[in-house]
Design a protein. Structure first.
Length: 77
């Protein structure tokens, strides 16, 4: 994941390349927050990039927490 200098504008081919990398990370189950922390950009910027890339966003909170929670409940039974 590329770390971008804060406040640097992303346009043209750099923006397209960033869209591809971010979309790939999101589709590989990374959260928007995790992506934003890795690339040093805000979560709202990452959401905008994902929408521009045509990615369908998951519902808030439907990331790994749900899967871990499911495993804990299954272990109790």
């Amino acid at each position: 994941m590329p770390q971008l200098p804060r406040h640097e504008r992303l346009t043209g081919s750099k923006r397209k390349a960033f869209q591809f990398v971010v979309a790939r990370a999101y589709e590989d189950e990374s959260s928007i927050r995790a992506i934003s922390e890795r690339c040093l950009r805000s979560a709202s910027f990452v959401r905008t990039i994902l929408r521009e890339a045509g990615v369908t966003l998951r519902a808030p909170g439907s990331g790994s927490r749900g899967r871990d929670n499911h495993r804990r409940h299954a272990a109790r039974e």
